[in-house]
Design a protein around this ligand. Structure first.
Ligand code: GP9
Ligand code: MN
Length: 414
């Protein structure tokens, strides 16, 4: 009934005071601009600055990270579980946690939400998704309808030939190239989500398309991972150029986000060889960092930010950039540009990261050294652990009980 949602409302409002922070120079910086959001498949942060035989894996993204028109959060964590890409979409659209089991896109596609595309629709945005796979994969067609996307350009919108496809289907370079004409037909301003596909397990790439060597370890998966990552880097570079050529770039902001890990803990031995250190639970958790980059053409104060943030924070952050006030919204994440953030980012397996600690596998680590805390301090993570579990329960209950049915998002002045 309605009583639990008011308890959750009270909790969320007490724990995230003043989300708006209108003093931030980024408040409203993207107002009336197009938002091009790219969900980059399986991309983990360790790829940045990595090299194989002297060749960089991500030269384009490295340049972007250096440039003043881009804000990069280097401690941004994916928070997905079994729903993989669909979980990442769900978290970003709703600022709710995914479920511990299954994919919300399948299990609760009919719920009431206050999702990002619906909010943007009301603000006069045209909203769309571009993804060259079957529309029903992850039940996307159903969920996208529910959360209000105007258009879904699925594989039927693309010309897929033997030359431009392998692995999961249409290759990313052709995907972006063929998407630009659809982008041009969008009513402005638009919000468009692109979901890439080439850099997906098992990371296969025809040899003639590879511009970097394979790595050499006992993991065929990790060895190939660098080749498709490099391919993705090239595809993104071309996409930026295509947006410029089409005259879309100047009036847009481009957000790049990794959806989840590509290399599972099954490959820890090879990962350890690559990193030059053992993959213990601390390192394993740090490997869950994925790119989050906000590219704002013409902006000059960008750079790398080290705040601990996650996918749950994306929705309030985008609304902040767009200058949209959602006073009645219920989000578990925070605007990344607000002064005061919640002090933890929680992963669905119960691990969490704070400015001081990293908790994983029932061990509380000193975040700065990666060492378990000494005996006398070992309880330091306990209060945060309790809060994390309380918060995840609240989020789960919203989904299981479809509790937003009992909540009025349009309240004002609250
Ligand atoms: C499928 C693509 C990949 O359409 O989004 O899904 P994943 O296996 O990464 O969840
Ligand atoms: Mn994925």
């Amino acid at each position: 009934d309605g009583s639990e949602i008011s308890e959750i409302e009270t909790y969320l409002k007490e724990n995230s005071p003043d989300q708006t922070n209108k003093d931030s120079e980024l408040y409203g910086i993207a107002e009336d601009k197009n938002v091009i959001f790219v969900s980059v498949e399986s991309f983990q942060n360790f790829l940045f600055d990595s090299e194989i035989n002297g060749i960089g894996t991500t030269p384009f993204l490295n340049d972007l990270k250096q440039s003043k028109d881009t804000i990069t959060f280097e401690n941004f964590y994916h928070q997905t579980a079994q729903g993989k890409t669909s979980d990442s979409e769900f978290i970003v659209e709703n600022s709710l946690y995914p479920l511990g089991r299954g994919s919300v896109y399948f299990t609760h596609a009919g719920n009431e939400y206050n999702a990002l595309p619906e909010i943007l629709n009301e603000e006069g945005y045209e909203t769309s998704v571009f993804h060259a796979n079957n529309a029903s994969f992850w039940n996307r067609d159903v969920m996208y309808d529910n959360v209000g996307y105007d258009q879904f350009y699925d594989e039927k919108s693309y010309e897929v030939t033997p030359e431009n496809s392998f692995g999961w289907g249409l290759e990313d370079k052709a995907f972006f190239e063929q998407s630009v004409k659809y982008l041009q037909s969008q009513e402005k301003p638009f919000y468009s989500k692109f979901i890439t596909l080439t850099h997906h397990f098992p990371f296969e790439l025809p040899e003639e398309k590879a511009n970097i060597d394979k790595y050499d370890s006992n993991s065929k998966t990790l060895n190939s991972y660098f080749q498709t990552a490099r391919y993705t880097d090239e595809a993104l570079e071309q996409f930026f150029q295509q947006l410029k050529d089409a005259g879309i770039y100047e009036d847009s902001i481009i957000v790049l986000m990794g959806d989840h890990y590509g290399i599972s803990d099954f490959h820890n031995k090879a990962m350890g060889q690559f990193l030059g250190k053992d993959v213990d639970p601390y390192v394993q958790t740090q490997l869950q960092r994925v790119p989050f980059m906000i590219h704002i053409p013409g902006y000059e104060n960008g750079g790398v930010q080290d705040k601990v943030v996650g996918q749950i924070d994306v929705k309030p952050t985008l609304l902040h950039l767009l200058g949209i006030e959602e006073n009645g919204d219920l989000t578990f994440g925070d605007n990344m540009f607000a002064e005061k953030n919640k002090d933890f980012v929680a992963l669905r397996d119960g691990s969490f990261i704070t400015e001081d600690y990293l908790y994983s596998n029932e061990t509380c680590y000193d975040r700065s050294t990666g060492e378990p805390l000494p005996e006398e301090n070992a309880e330091a993570c306990q209060p945060i652990k309790e809060e994390v579990s309380k918060e995840m329960n609240y989020s789960d209950n919203i989904i299981y009980g479809d509790l937003f049915r009992f909540y009025d998002f349009n309240q004002t002045g609250k």
